[in-house]
Ligand binder design. Sequence first.
Ligand code: ADE
Length: 273
Amino acid sequence: MRIDVLTLFPEIFHSYLGQSVLKKAIERGLVEIYLHNIRDWSHDKKHHKVDDRPFGGGPGMVLMAPPVVECVEAVQAMADQPGHLVMLTPQGRKLNQAVVEELAQYPRLLLLCGRYEGFDERIRLILKPDEISIGDYVLNGGEVAAMVVIDAVIRLVPGVLGDEESSRQDSFSGPERLLDHAQYTRPRCYRGYEVPAVLLSGNHRAIARWRLMDRRRRTEERRRDLLESSTASRSGEGVRDEKTSKNSLGERGDAGLQPESPATETQEDSKQE
Ligand code: ADE
């Protein structure tokens, strides 16, 4: 996958691009990232100005259309395919894992980062970008948002994580888009908190069942909105029945969702280590 970042502050990306997962993906040729400074397309050859005061008055400065539009067009022409143009803006559609999956399908992405009070409206009208927001808050510019997009998208590029299963098991992934289940590692007991016995049982079916229940329970407790908008809720799966307060597994409340740990599994557990 090729990603071109169009920004007034390319240097912000340098340390991020050197971090382990991304660095390895770049070294292995799985991801190519190119940084372009919008200022290089400024019509002002002396001061490389790219912003101006808003017509009609108001605070701040607005990014001018000519340098931005011409920068995008020139960068599009740098490869065989123009790529999918993303504009990072708080006014865009909100980024979530489904949008990340959609973006990961493109062989080439152009990420356009704004600064100042925003973009001249003609940039949107001419370029018709896919406008994306990373959340309902205003950042000082699109650079951090672009890094968020890159970080989430490259996890889905085949080969980047080494183990494809690990991105498939991420929170928000899979048909139900559930949160991830709890994870434990050594020691088995810490300050009185034991690792659930089923995870030590070696019984892979029981572990898979426990993890699915834990994902559903956590999602119900923390992010009911995810269940309401997921395939699971459309088919009635994983959602608590309001009348019986049972979930789709027929269990009542938290108690019913405790991990299964039959005595045999607990005994086997001691053989495991
Ligand atoms: N630029 C400024 N705020 C932003 C946000 N929330 N998402 C994407 N780009 C932005």
